[in-house]
Design a protein around this ligand. Sequence first.
Ligand code: FPP
Length: 218
Amino acid sequence: MDGNGRWAKERMLPRVVGHRRGTTALKKVINACIQKGVKVVSLYAFSSENWKRPESERTALFNMIKEFVAKDVPNKFIKPVVIKVMGDISPLPQDVIDALKETVEKTKNNGNMVVNIGINYGGRDEIVKAVNDVIASGKKEITVDDIEQNLYTAELPPLDLVVRTSGEIRLSNFMLWQCAYSEFIFLDKYWPDMNKKDLDEILKIYTGRDRRFGGIGK
Ligand code: FPP
């Protein structure tokens, strides 16, 4: 969800206004995903590198995440969603941790779409943690399956598509293991400008891709 800061800067607004508009766009995109039958959406809401941002911006982001799970998740979606969290949330403010844990618990039996929120998430940390968990279980030789079963995404299906907004063409430590065979779409738009039409376009591009997974295709 990149480009919130630049969206705000272009309008001479504080960066946090960009994040707020980003949250509005997020709700639109999630509802559009539910309508389209998308099963899982993973979001990069706060990376392990985002601690470098000023405290005021971090606090605003954490409060937006709290408001999102406590108020928007029960009220703003056309169908109930399952909320999952990937990342180490232990350094977050206690009220945000409590809100996240409560929502994960409350929504776990909801049908429909999974919204998997990356918070204090880093792809490399995730792989290291998975390997250490496998070692701790006593295994001496590690398989691909061992690692997959110890990632935050162990219960989720394979990652089909990565979308990054704002014109940046890099992964920035997002789901490094999971994207081994994903498709990628990089958009020039800033995240706050995203809407249902953009999702339609993204899905059209994605369905037109020929995914061969190392084979020779159809
Ligand atoms: C990247 O844009 C965006 C973020 C680091 C935060 C994304 C967070 C939200 C959209 C809102 C809160 C999240 C939820 C789940 C409710 P940037 O700030 O790096 O933009 P820039 O590159 O233009 O400065």
